[in-house]
Design a protein around this ligand. Structure first.
Ligand SMILES: Cc1cc2nc3c(=O)[nH]c(=O)nc-3n(C[C@H](O)[C@H](O)[C@H](O)COP(=O)(O)O)c2cc1C
Length: 203
């Protein structure tokens, strides 16, 4: 049974970083799973709460918490997929738009991360970046609990009618669906960038 680390209280003295070979190994081999291959077991409600708690320990300029979460089980997503499928037909989006709905329904648990960024004391761009950081942190937290995950947006994250179906308000944006479960498919390494073309190092 997984031991969840104790949540720190406001003002607690926190530990300094320590070298962790286990974490380094994991960061150097972690991969997303194809969303449609995700199946049971997925995180139980206690583990989902922990994934959210760890996921939300994310840099956030101004402590605005410019994001919110919708935890969705399979039944909710099956209903949504049905409505989104009808929408795709109505809008003539074609078979691919319907086919990708399989990514929405496969996993046992999905966390919809919604950016609630708004003009205010800190730039909207920075608030949106924080939502992306939350998504990645959720993926790492899921990974640490032994689950595979995948970050998906697809067309319904950008279509106005679809957003209404998803319950995303007009002033909000979808940062991503983080689908979490278990996959039987062993991940293969994918192409990685040549960092020398993307990096300059200055003295
Ligand atoms: C913001 C964002 C949205 C994404 N949306 C999709 C998507 O809609 N469909 C898809 O197949 N992959 C999507 N991906 C890609 C996958 O989540 C994942 O990054 C990719 O499969 C490989 O990642 P890995 O290096 O973690 O294995 C998205 C990634 C990001 C960062």
């Amino acid at each position: 049974m997984t031991q969840f680390p104790k949540a720190a209280d406001l003002g607690d003295l926190l530990p300094q970083p320590v070298r962790s070979q286990e974490l380094l190994n994991r960061l150097s081999t972690r991969r997303s799973a194809p969303a449609q291959t995700l199946t049971v077991p997925g995180p139980n409600p206690e583990e989902v709460a922990e994934i959210l708690r760890l996921g939300a320990r994310t840099p956030d300029h101004g402590k605005l918490f410019p994001w919110r979460f919708v935890v969705m089980g399979p039944q909710t997503r099956a209903d949504l997929a049905e409505r989104l499928s009808a929408l795709a037909v109505r809008q003539g989006l074609g078979g691919k738009a319907q086919a990708v709905l399989a990514k929405l329904t496969a996993a046992p648990v999905s966390i919809l991360v919604i950016s609630t960024a708004a003009p205010g004391p800190k730039p909207v761009w920075e608030q949106e970046l924080s939502s992306g950081a939350v998504c990645m942190n959720i993926e790492h937290a899921a990974d640490a609990l032994g689950y595979a995950a995948c970050w998906i947006t697809d067309w319904y994250s950008y279509d106005a009618e679809a957003l209404e179906i998803l319950g995303v308000k007009p002033n909000e944006k979808v940062a991503g669906f983080i689908h979490i479960g278990t996959t039987a498919e062993a991940p293969l390494e994918r192409v990685r960038p040549d960092l020398s073309t993307l990096t300059i190092t200055l003295p």
